[in-house]
Design a protein. Structure first.
Ligand SMILES: Nc1ncnc2c1ncn2[C@@H]1O[C@H](COP(=O)(O)OP(=O)(O)O)[C@@H](O)[C@H]1O
Ligand SMILES: Cc1ncc(COP(=O)(O)O)c(C=O)c1O
Length: 317
């Protein structure tokens, strides 16, 4: 076999599906495919559109259906070897626990499988899953070897059990996270709103890689004047690509990968915003942007090599 031909990486993505719009698997699949991944897509729910719209219809998969597809089908009968498993929204605590147990075993049996876990719990102080999922995620993070976890600010607060409002809290939060969940190697906390940066209208995105250093790093991102659904699912998928796809010769550090992924996400959100402004009827002043314009952003997704959003700042633990 010609060793210069790169192998195509395989990921199993376990997330929600919407027929219209781009959240969950709809936000992850196209970007991953466009960046060269073979994506096996397991949809945990099938909704007409995401629940941020006033109405939606659809159905949820039962725990038994989800378990059977992975255990009997993908792993059992087909014996597929994945490079990564990406887990996101699961419809109830039982499905979350069972699916996590299956993924944990997949990673234990095969060291090559890397688990990227997005602990989908809620946003802006509001849970959008059963409260029992909080302790379920805490147990999963304590007991499983996980490559990367991507909580938002609220989810990180729930996982470490303290409010995070300042850079000092970020430092303490990461320390607590590492004490509580030593088997999790990398953490990226997306869109932190911190007291130090409230004036400048900035988000902070912070990361820590326990395998590399004792430094927390963070990027400041100017806020676009809108809210987006699916941006969390998008950043998680793009981090999976950047950290595990082996673009270029050397494996990148988490901090380098995050800088490039933030360039991609910011470019996609800005283009989505610009297209929305161009499409808007004058009476639609609310900038609650429901659907990412992922297809219109395909040229952005294809950029290689990727620029970085800037240089990270660091905090010593
Ligand atoms: N209004 C915004 N302006 C600029 N960037 C944004 C905005 N909303 C989201 N993002 C980007 O999307 C990423 C993920 O969004 P976030 O809101 O943290 O995810 P979640 O949907 O999981 O809460 C952030 O790290 C940030 O880069
Ligand atoms: C079922 C489901 N999956 C995924 C998402 C997207 O989450 P995020 O905006 O955190 O990426 C939503 C948000 O509305 C959702 O309802």
């Amino acid at each position: 076999m010609n060793s210069t031909i790169p192998t195509t990486r395989k990921v199993l993505s376990i997330q929600s599906h919407v027929i219209h719009g781009y959240v969950g698997n709809k936000a992850a699949t196209f970007p991953l495919q466009y960046r060269g991944w073979d994506v096996d897509v397991l949809n945990t729910v099938q909704f007409s559109n995401h629940p941020g719209y006033p109405h939606f219809t659809g159905f949820k998969c039962s725990t038994e259906e989800l378990v059977e597809i992975v255990e009997k089908g993908l792993v059992g009968a087909l014996g597929i070897k994945y490079d990564a498993v990406l887990s996101g929204y699961l419809p109830n605590v039982q499905a979350l626990q069972k699916m996590a147990e299956i993924v944990r075993q997949m990673c234990e049996k095969d060291n090559n499988v890397q688990w990227v876990l997005d602990p989908v719990l809620g946003d802006n102080g509001k849970l959008y899953v059963d409260a029992k999922c909080v302790t379920a995620y805490q147990d999963i993070l304590q007991n499983s070897k996980i490559f990367l976890v991507t909580p938002n600010q609220f989810e990180m607060e729930l996982l470490v059990g303290m409010p995070i409002r300042s850079l000092h809290d970020v430092k303490r939060g990461f320390e607590l996270f590492h004490e509580k969940y030593p088997r999790v190697t990398r953490v990226v906390v997306t869109s932190l709103e911190l007291s130090e940066f409230s004036e400048g209208n900035m988000y902070v995105v912070a990361g820590f890689d326990s395998s590399l250093s004792d430094e927390i790093f963070f990027y400041r991102i100017p806020k676009i004047n809108a809210t987006f659904s699916g941006s969390g699912d998008l950043i998680c998928a793009l981090l999976t690509d950047s950290l595990l796809n082996g673009h270029g010769c050397t494996q990148q550090s988490l901090s380098q990968s995050l800088g490039q992924v933030l360039w991609l996400v910011t470019s996609i959100l800005q283009k989505t915003y610009d297209l929305n402004v161009a499409d808007q009827h004058p009476q639609d002043s609310s900038m609650n942007i429901k659907d990412l314009k992922l297809i219109q952003c395909r040229d952005i997704l294809k950029r290689d090599p990727l620029p970085s959003i800037g240089k990270p700042e660091t905090i010593k633990i």
